[in-house]
Write a protein that binds this ligand. Structure first.
Ligand code: GTP
Ligand code: MG
Length: 290
């Protein structure tokens, strides 16, 4: 008597549910093409699924399926910055971190926050490889002085890769354990930013490359993540301005499309305003609004 209690989900019901899901995801700043892709996958999984004639709610079903799906697609955040540093230190190596991301995304601020986090445990050197933007070098120096963290003063117009190289030599000769390299987010000249970043990366050989993006960038975060991933490559990401009124969908772009973990969230401009990303909390909040 199964057929009395159960019936198959119809294509129409699924189409309707998927449409709604796409709209809700987009409303929460998930890039449209990504929302569409997720909805497609959910439809595939649910097509032909038996549901109770009475009691089962299609919307709820879709919601629980998307939760399951995203949990499988998005890894838990198991990133341990200090583990990487310790490992390098044990091997007698300098731990080199390079920060990339579009202009204004929060790279310099995030560098300062990370320096603040580790400065009492490891000698840190901050350096600005952005030798183009007026004020970029002073901004980093000001933050370093405030934090009482060492810095290397670069010169405007200098080759960014040479600056990174000098920073490594400087750090190695002074027993510094961690070097944080800031980069430009936009070129003032006709030189190609991505090419410049690749060059810095080749010279620096960082153990860690961090992509910084603004959670308020919404749709554009997907394009940024793909560009920086394809052109330069990165290991982990940091989402900033989470304290602003953000719906968080931009994070999904990075987590889902380029398959790199978001490890920290910038939640303000103070130095302590950097918290660890928690996948389940994030998914709970995003799906709670859907
Ligand atoms: N509310 C808020 N503001 C932030 C956060 N992170 C950075 N900002 C602010 O965003 C602005 C830009 O940050 P920067 O760190 O200078 O950005 P950038 O990526 O270094 O920019 P460029 O050097 O131009 O490429 C600054 O005014 C920061 O104070 C955050 O988590 N929350
Ligand atoms: Mg900067």
């Amino acid at each position: 008597m199964e057929s009395i209690k159960y019936r198959e989900l119809s294509k129409e019901e699924l189409e309707k549910g998927a449409e709604r899901l796409i709209l809700e995801l987009v409303r929460n700043d998930v890039a449209y093409e990504l929302a569409e892709e997720i909805a497609e996958r959910i439809k595939e999984v649910l097509l032909g699924r038996k549901i109770k004639r009475i009691g089962d709610n299609v919307e709820e079903l879709i919601k629980s399926e998307i939760q399951k799906f995203l949990k499988e697609e998005i890894p838990e955040n198991s990133f341990e910055l200090e583990e990487g540093i310790r490992e390098a230190v044990n091997e007698g190596k300098l731990y080199k971190v390079m920060f990339i991301g579009v202009n204004g995304s929060g790279k310099t601020t995030t560098i300062a926050k990370i320096a603040y986090k580790i400065r009492e445990k490891y000698p840190v050197l901050m350096v600005c490889s952005d030798t183009y933007r007026a004020g970029a070098i002073e901004q980093l120096i000001k933050l370093a002085e405030r934090l009482k963290v060492r810095y290397l003063k670069s010169e405007y117009g200098a080759d960014p890769a040479a600056v990174a190289y000098d920073a490594v030599k400087h750090a190695e000769s002074r027993g510094i354990k961690v070097v944080l390299v800031d980069t430009a987010g936009r070129m003032q000249t006709d030189r190609n930013l991505m090419e410049e970043l690749r060059k810095i990366k080749r010279v620096l050989e960082p153990q860690l490359t961090i992509f910084v993006f603004d959670a308020l960038a919404g749709n554009d975060a997907l394009r940024q993540a793909r560009d920086f991933m394809g052109e330069v490559g990165f290991d982990v990401a940091v989402a900033t301005r989470i304290d602003a009124d953000t719906k968080g969908g931009a994070l999904l772009s990075v987590l889902y499309s380029v398959k790199r973990p978001v490890v920290y969230l910038g939640v303000g401009t103070e130095m302590g305003a950097l918290i660890e990303f928690n996948r389940d909390k994030y998914l709970g909040e995003l799906l709670g609004r859907i």
